[in-house]
Design a protein around this ligand. Structure first.
Ligand SMILES: NC(=O)c1ccc[n+]([C@@H]2O[C@H](COP(=O)([O-])OP(=O)(O)OC[C@H]3O[C@@H](n4cnc5c(N)ncnc54)[C@H](O)[C@@H]3O)[C@@H](O)[C@H]2O)c1
Length: 468
């Protein structure tokens, strides 16, 4: 059974192979393989579209039935991926979307529900910053029940090294009616996603993809699937190496952002513009890589993934000091920013209590709608705790929805010269390119800027501009 899947995967041609008889044969082979993507969010949805474009028969599975219905109508619910992303699904005989285990079972007909399953479900933190693998466990148990003998299962969700072998495999085994043995009747691999929402210079197709299996046969099979859709696929020796590489990539960013955030506070105390320092240091053509300060960490990865590693390191009694310290520095950033706001108001004889503050940007990074772990929430809450009247403006987020730690009930205000002039302070948390910074420079009474967005107007604004 497994041998048949392996031979079919071996016949797939890599991405970018010139079309010709060989590619036509590979296309037919791909169309005959049913790839299930579980979890159709920031990671799963673009992957589903890419695999469909590469010629596979795809099944999207999400417990959010609304997402499945939207895709069937050809509608994309993640605007940064472009309105056209889901159009190709409409009328395609190679696309299905299901929202329940029953629906998945029904697909089996006389064969299997899927040949390859790729898991892209959330891996958040619990209330005490501990890994929360409930979505991975539940998905593994569901796939086990539906039947994974003879298939390839790939985990893409970020987690600590050992998750694929010691968490996913047992979950599949718990519910499978056939005893599962890797390499004998099932193949299992880990392949981290390197999605960076909003990035234009690299896409999912052009970003090299790491793959590590629980055994060599699993690695080979997973490489065959991805190389049909992605330009460069890099095989590593194990799932653990692939898992650790992903966490390392995010720890690397987290630690360097913390370093530059700390540098910001030191430079500020010395009266030196940290942004100019970074620009100057960046002229060194080797041995330096710029990172930029900000109001705190946001997004699904950098504030979360490093703690998966620190948690796991404790099991091995190895301290992860660097990562813990980076977490402390980054977590302190919203407080530092609020301190800058309150001092700037104080300098203008204003108490924060009763002041009107407008926070610009609720999304955690420019030009996308993703608000997960956004430091803007904490900034708003801290200001409210101090008694300020707080509004926000974000063209991508018309109203606030409850997120992991916050439940605000606010609507985005439109930026006009009149309403900008009505606030005691405008706090730039996220530098969306749609904001009219020239207008802000002319009309805001005070701008506290965490992103260097007001650089072109710094001279003209004088002490109406404060960097934080
Ligand atoms: N967002 C990123 O930029 C990014 C980058 C790299 C890696 N990752 C990792 O990828 C994984 C997924 O992240 P995401 O950003 O796509 O999350 P997301 O929240 O955008 O999407 C997850 C989807 O999974 C669905 N879901 C939840 N439980 C499910 C279940 N049991 N069965 C089926 N569907 C289920 C949700 O409804 C949602 O649509 C996480 O481990 C994350 O750390 C994310």
């Amino acid at each position: 059974m497994l041998h048949s899947l392996q031979s079919r995967l071996d016949r797939l041609a890599p991405a970018g192979q010139p079309s010709g008889p060989l590619d036509n044969a590979a296309r037919t082979e791909a169309a005959g393989l049913r790839v299930l993507v579980v979890g159709l969010g920031y990671v799963g949805l673009p992957l589903l579209a890419l695999l469909h474009e590469a010629g596979f028969s795809v099944v999207g599975f999400d417990i959010d039935a609304g997402k499945c219905e939207a895709l069937k109508r050809g509608e994309n619910y993640l605007p940064h991926l472009g309105a056209d992303l889901a159009r190709g699904f409409v009328g395609s005989s190679r696309f299905e979307a299901v929202a329940s285990e029953e629906g998945l079972r029904r697909l089996a007909g006389s064969g299997r529900s899927f040949d390859v399953a790729i898991i892209c479900v959330p891996t958040p933190l619990g209330p005490h910053n501990e890994p929360d693998l409930q979505f991975v466990h539940r998905t593994g148990e569901m796939l086990g029940r539906v039947g994974v003998a003879g298939t390839l299962v790939i985990l893409e969700s970020t987690s600590f090294p050992g998750t694929t072998r010691h968490e996913l495999l047992p979950a599949l085994q718990r519910t499978s009616s056939t005893p599962l043995v890797v390499g004998q009747n099932v193949l299992i691999a880990f392949s981290p996603e390197r999605e960076d929402p909003g990035r234009r210079d690299y896409s999912i197709r052009t970003t090299p993809k790491l793959v590590g299996g629980l055994d060599d046969a699993s690695t080979r099979a997973a490489v065959a699937v991805y190389r049909r859709a992605i330009e460069q696929v890099v095989a590593v020796s194990s799932a653990e190496v692939a898992e650790a590489s992903k966490v390392f990539e995010n720890v690397f960013r987290c630690v360097n952002i913390a370093l530059v955030n700390e540098l910001k506070t030191i430079m500020d105390a010395m009266g030196i513009n940290v942004w100019e320092v970074i620009e100057a240091a960046s002229t060194k053509p080797f041995g330096f890589m710029p990172f930029y300060p900000g109001p705190g960490l946001g997004g699904h990865c950098i504030p979360i993934d490093p703690f998966y590693l620190t948690w796991k390191a404790k099991e091995f009694k190895v301290p992860a000091r660097f990562i813990e310290i980076a977490g402390e520095v980054n977590n302190a950033m919203p407080h530092y920013v609020i301190h800058k706001v309150t001092s700037a108001l104080n300098d203008r004889m204003k108490a924060t209590h009763g002041s009107r503050v407008l926070v610009l940007g609720l999304a955690y990074k420019p030009d996308i709608a993703d608000t997960r772990e956004s430091p803007s929430y904490e900034l708003i809450e801290l200001l409210m705790d101090l008694g300020a009247h707080v509004d926000y403006s974000d063209p991508f987020v018309p109203y606030t929805k409850p997120v992991r730690k916050y439940s605000l009930d606010l609507r985005s205000v439109t930026l006009t010269p009149e309403n900008v002039a009505g606030y005691d302070c405008v706090l730039i948390s996220t530098n969306h390119s749609a904001f009219d910074y020239a207008m802000l420079a002319s009309h805001a009474r005070l701008v506290v800027d965490t992103r260097n967005a007001m650089k072109p107007f710094a001279q003209a604004m004088g002490d109406r501009l404060v960097r934080a």
